[in-house]
Ligand binder design. Structure first.
Ligand SMILES: CC(C)(COP(=O)(O)OP(=O)(O)OC[C@H]1O[C@@H](n2cnc3c(N)ncnc32)[C@H](O)[C@@H]1OP(=O)(O)O)[C@@H](O)C(=O)NCCC(=O)NCCS
Length: 179
């Protein structure tokens, strides 16, 4: 299954108009039919394996906890997966956060991850668009994320979605012993 297309050819997304509930969608890229839906508990093993292939770290407890907090909330927290048949292609999660750091309510994208051998085929974009529909339904119009400075793939990806540097900066320090 390859999503990459020869240079110069356009990629055509065809959205299934019957699926008008944010968080649920059926999108065609070429001949591929990609189902987007909220994650369920049974997806966790595949999500853990995808994260391991992406980051080199296996964190089952983290994903289990995230699923407990995000998987059962459909109003302001969204954990979506993309699949073709039974095959997991990618996942994204995010939540609406209100008034943290004196910021108006906005949608935060936490992780987005696509199966390494299927990248640059449009799957990340359809996950992003779908979580945007969820955020819009939740009543927000602004989206934020935070990425490592050296994550050039994520930087290029989010720039391609129209994101630019925001008005906040992150500060940090190591705590002294005993503090
Ligand atoms: C970032 C990521 C999600 C993108 O997914 P994807 O399915 O490859 O993205 P898309 O094919 O929809 O790309 C959309 C656009 O983003 C840009 N882009 C995406 N990946 C890029 C890369 N590696 N280099 C340059 N541009 C890139 C391109 O402009 C692309 O548009 P184009 O194909 O028309 O040129 C994927 O590379 C990934 O999973 N990376 C690992 C992310 C990670 O570390 N996640 C865990 C911690 S958050």
């Amino acid at each position: 299954m390859g999503f990459c297309q020869p240079a110069g050819q356009e990629r055509h997304y065809v959205v299934d108009a019957a699926q008008d509930t944010p968080g649920y969608n059926l999108v065609s890229i070429g001949e591929h039919k990609i189902n987007i839906r909220p994650a369920v508990k049974d997806d966790l093993a595949n999500v853990v394996a995808l994260d391991d292939r992406t980051t080199g770290l296996r964190k089952p407890e983290y994903w289990d906890d995230l699923f407990t907090r995000y998987g059962n909330r459909k109003d302001s927290r969204f954990f979506l997966i993309a699949e073709e048949g039974d095959t997991l292609l990618g996942c994204i999660f995010g939540e609406v956060r209100s008034w943290e750091f004196n910021s108006v309510p906005c949608g935060w994208v936490g992780t987005v991850s696509v199966e390494p051998n299927l990248r640059m085929g449009g799957i990340g974009s359809i996950l992003y668009k779908e979580i945007c529909r969820c955020f819009r339904k939740a009543g927000v119009t602004k989206i934020r994320t935070m990425i490592p400075r050296d994550a050039t793939d994520l930087m290029s990806f989010f720039r391609a979605q129209g994101m630019m540097a925001g008005p906040f900066i992150q500060l940090e320090t190591d705590m002294d012993e005993g503090v």
